[in-house]
Design a protein around this ligand. Structure first.
Ligand code: ZN
Ligand code: ZN
Length: 289
């Protein structure tokens, strides 16, 4: 099971929505997507540790990144030793090193800057988005799982573990005068795909990257503002159209403007075009089974 914890769900100016920060947790692994001001406090408020494995930043706008130097310093104060993996735009490394140097902080744990991340059964890869500055979104994608249907094999009188192994490796096996084809004995479970856009106008890149995602977390700064695209943002209606074209499972609207006191207008707008849209409150958890 995976959990998505929405720490802050607003964007731009600080508001009751908080600033972007999404924690993905799976089997003891955790990745933080964006780290606006206040993110580390929200993690503590949720009763979680800030000992995340991976931080993935979409772009250098303050609402997405200004919480990171502080959070890394707290990791240092708490005696972290584990390597921290950071994905993000090129300037991110300079920004962090400069802020560490100016605040006389030296991390006592290794920090590694990478472009993409390969986990044991998943990967996190960036894709280009369409904002006013260089900006990337992220695809979290699990590999499909192949489990052998041992019960079926045994029911057919096949108990030889060498046959089991060969079938699991995808090899066709001759056994007792029969030809056993792996596809007949493998239970294939598709891995989950979660996509986070960060800030973006609606554009083709997003549709491509989000194809058949289980969850798409899309910029939805406004409900229906003519100027949204000029600012490099999306309306809820745009997010819904992207979700529909990409054939996603669930659309999570994200990055709400401070002008809204409730997400209702955003959700209403999205539901006109895409039935499986939801909005989230700060500290909400979405479970993905
Ligand atoms: Zn933003
Ligand atoms: Zn931005």
């Amino acid at each position: 099971m995976r959990k998505l914890i929405f720490l802050g769900v607003g964007g731009g100016a600080p508001s009751r929505w908080g600033l972007p920060g999404i924690l993905l947790i799976k089997d003891g692994f955790s990745a933080l997507f964006d780290c606006g001001e206040g993110t580390q406090l929200k993690i503590l408020e949720k009763g979680l540790g800030i000992n995340v494995d991976v931080v993935a930043i979409t772009h250098m706008h303050g609402d997405h990144v200004l919480g990171l130097p502080g959070m890394i310093q707290t990791m240092g104060l708490l005696g972290r030793q584990k390597e921290l993996i950071i994905l993000g735009p090129k300037e991110l490394k300079d920004f962090l090193e400069e802020s560490f140097s100016r605040t006389k902080f030296e991390p006592n744990f290794p920090i590694k800057f990478v472009d993409s991340y390969e986990g044991p059964d998943f990967r996190i890869v960036p894709f280009e988005t369409c904002h006013t500055v260089e900006s990337r979104g992220y695809v979290y994608e699990e590999r499909e799982r192949r489990n052998l249907d041992v019960e079926k094999l045994r029911a057919e009188g096949i108990w030889d573990y060498r046959v089991f192994r060969a079938l699991k490796e995808g090899k066709t096996v001759q056994y007792g005068g029969r030809t056993l084809i792996p596809e007949d004995y493998l239970i294939i479970t598709k891995g989950k795909k979660i996509v986070y856009t960060g800030d973006t106008r609606p554009c083709n890149n997003i549709i491509e990257a989000s194809k058949n995602a289980d969850v798409l977390i899309h910029d939805s700064t406004f409900d229906n503002n003519e100027e949204a695209h000029l600012y490099g943002h999306s309306n809820a209606s745009d997010a819904a159209e992207v979700a529909s074209k990409a054939g996603v499972g669930t659309l999570v609207l994200f990055h709400y403007s401070a002008r809204y006191t409730t997400t209702e207008p955003l959700l209403d707008e999205a539901l006109k075009r895409f039935p499986r849209a939801v909005t989230v409150e700060p500290l909400d958890t979405v479970f993905i089974r």
